[in-house]
Design a protein around this ligand. Structure first.
Ligand SMILES: Nc1ncnc2c1ncn2[C@@H]1O[C@H](COP(=O)(O)OP(=O)(O)OP(=O)(O)O)[C@@H](O)[C@H]1O
Ligand SMILES: [Mg+2]
Length: 587
């Protein structure tokens, strides 16, 4: 099954593979010829003293080895290149496929395991493909030709010598199983190691701040140790394989000497024939050993291939619609109808959400942490699909909109400020590849980021470090805002987009945002209520339900969660008694 599937990846490179097969045949032929030449060396040169052959044979042997060398080179080279080409295809396909998978897929798996799949597992596959191709082509042929020679020299002796051969199968199989088992364990540990590394590099600050170095070192050392102990068992198996095979070889040779010697003494076989036979027999064990060892290699690679195919077979949960519907522009309505949503099958995170946002409207979402605000806007961007109900843009269900168009319709400034380790220019052009230098600067100005960017050593061409590590939290946030501004999409989602800014910067950025919201449909999530007082609708989310809705004034008049929330925040920043004395400040 796995083998057949792997074969399908090899098939496109069949031309190169044929070259390899051709040269593999020649290599096998030279091996058999070498064994055959033992007979004239003994019978004609040593025994019959043929002086002409004494000159010719060594020349022939040199030629034979030159041919063999060249053929081996071409065969190995081509077959290894095929292996590389195959894994290149698989790796590209895997990467492409993983990008199509939903957020959920990545949340459920560790980064380390995914990295190990994309790098280690594929590399194991490559090793096995190359080895399999070499071994299967060359060694099988060598075995066949040498066997032919052996039977040609003396079939009785051949049968006898091979009585012991099948017996090697059992120990070799047992050893192979062991190798396979421990290789699998070792691979899992490699995944753990890469996970630890990944967490260490991305969490280095926390490690240092909490003084976790000793724990991390211990953990790493233990995982590494476990990897070692599994690998050692696999190595043990691997090292036992060849002596086991050799032991049986010894039996074969002993029997051959005994019975072959008898035949020579009786005169039914020449000395040359016997030695040619023994040479062929000796040469035979190596390719057979290779073929047997291949079993273990293939087992390991099938394991790796299964893990890779497993990812490739994961259906993207958020599927591209069969026939995408083009949303007519401009956007005049974004609506949620009876939306229910659960991350896992059991607990509803959103319940019966209904809302309608028109053009030029700002919908603000407020509520306690964990209330479902981020989840609600994630559904609009279709990071997840609703469990029940529907979300429509201009009446078209988001599930019917092609992914490319949907991503063009929505600008998302996330709670997490995720930036690439590239220049600021590159990061801003994510939203719009054709943005000009002027567009970039004007976006930076709107996001109140122009001053600090122009003070950077290389301006907008400054590379900002992994995850934007060389910028302050507020600077990162402003870059993210500028990125959304450059993108200029008709639906704008701001998930605490100004939370990392000081009051003064926030006021400045807020002004730019107010301009940006013109002619758009905007969803704003803000913990600081002062930034959303002008919203057309404010929705208060509590435990996944909309518990209050209205304008700022309406909600203040209504004695509910919002008013308490507002009073509480206001009392922290202001001390005016009249605001706090709304009578409901017990929260
Ligand atoms: N990827 C996820 N998988 C499972 N549950 C999740 C996931 N993300 C969020 N949740 C859960 O969904 C609920 C709502 O989370 P959400 O992030 O939408 O809250 P929020 O209102 O944005 O909170 P905050 O104000 O803290 O950002 C929480 O109870 C959270 O535990
Ligand atoms: Mg949130």
């Amino acid at each position: 099954m796995v083998a057949r599937r792997l074969f399908r990846y090899i098939l496109p490179h069949y031309k190169l593979l044929m070259v390899s097969v051709f040269f593999g045949v020649l290599v096998a032929g030279t091996d058999a010829a070498t064994a055959y030449l033992v007979k004239p060396v003994l019978d004609d040169i040593m025994i019959a003293r043929n002086e002409q052959l004494l000159i010719l044979l060594p020349i022939g042997i040199i030629l034979l080895f030159i041919i063999k060398g060249i053929c081996t080179f071409v065969q190995q080279y081509t077959v290894k290149v095929v292996g590389q080409l195959v894994v290149q295809d698989i790796r590209n396909q895997l990467y492409r496929h993983m990008l199509d998978l939903s957020l959920r897929f990545f949340q459920e798996r560790s980064t380390g395991a995914l990295m190990s799949r994309s790098l280690n597992d594929i590399d194991i596959m490559r090793g096995a493909i190359a080895k399999a191709a070499i071994v299967i082509i060359k060694d099988t042929l060598t075995v066949i030709l040498l066997l032919a020679l052996i039977f040609y020299q003396s079939w009785q002796l051949a049968i006898l010598a091979f009585v012991v051969m099948p017996l090697t199968y059992f120990p070799v199989r047992a050893i192979s199983r062991r190798i396979r088992k421990y290789t699998r364990f070792a691979q899992a540990k490699i995944a753990d190691l890469s996970q630890t590394l990944q967490e260490t590099f991305s969490g280095i600050k926390v490690i240092k701040a909490f003084g976790l170095e000793p724990q991390m070192t211990d953990h790493f050392r233990q995982t590494n140790q476990r990897y070692f102990s599994f690998t050692r068992k696999a190595i043990k198996g691997g090292s036992a394989a060849s002596p086991t095979v050799e032991l049986f070889t010894g039996f074969g040779i002993a029997i051959t000497i005994w019975y072959g010697g008898t035949l020579v003494v009786q005169g039914t076989m020449t000395t040359g024939e016997l030695f040619s036979f023994m040479a062929a027999l000796a040469m035979l064990y190596k390719p057979i050993k290779q073929l047997l060892a291949l079993y273990a290699t293939l087992q390991a690679s099938f394991g790796a291939a299964e893990r890779v195919f497993d990812v490739l077979d994961t259906e993207p949960e958020i599927s591209e619609p069969q026939s995408p519907v083009e949303v007519p522009l401009p956007i005049h309505e974004v609506a949620f109808q009876g939306v229910h949503f659960a991350y896992d099958s059991h607990e509803l995170v959103l319940e019966d959400i209904n809302l309608r946002a028109g053009r030029n409207e700002v919908v603000a979402l407020v509520g306690m942490s964990g209330g479902g605000k981020t989840t609600l806007v994630s559904l609009l961007a279709r990071f997840y699909d609703v469990t029940r109900g529907s979300i429509t843009i201009n009446g078209v269900d988001v599930r019917q909109i092609g992914r490319q168009q949907l991503s063009k319709l929505i600008s998302f400034v996330d709670q997490e400020t995720i930036l690439f380790n590239q220049s600021i220019r590159y990061n801003l052009q994510c939203g719009n590849a054709s943005a000009s230098e002027d567009d970039i600067w004007s976006a930076l100005r709107s996001a109140n980021a122009d001053v600090f960017v122009s003070n950077l050593p290389e301006g907008i061409d400054t590379v900002i470090g992994d995850r934007g590590i060389r910028l302050s939290g507020g600077q990162r946030q402003r870059i993210c805002l500028a990125r959304a501004i450059v993108k200029d999409a008709p639906v704008l989602i701001l998930d605490e987009a100004t939370s990392a800014l000081d009051n003064e910067s926030e006021a400045l950025v807020q002004e730019a945002l107010n301009n940006l919201m013109q002619n758009r449909t905007t969803f704003v999530i803000a913990h600081r209520l002062s930034t959303i007082t002008h919203a057309n609708q404010i929705l208060v989310l509590d435990k996944g339900r909309i518990v209050e809705r209205g304008t700022h004034q309406e909600l203040l008049q209504y004695d509910g969660v919002y008013r308490r929330y507002y009073a509480m925040q206001f009392s922290q920043t202001h001390t005016e008694k009249d605001v706090v004395s709304t009578g409901d400040s017990q929260v």
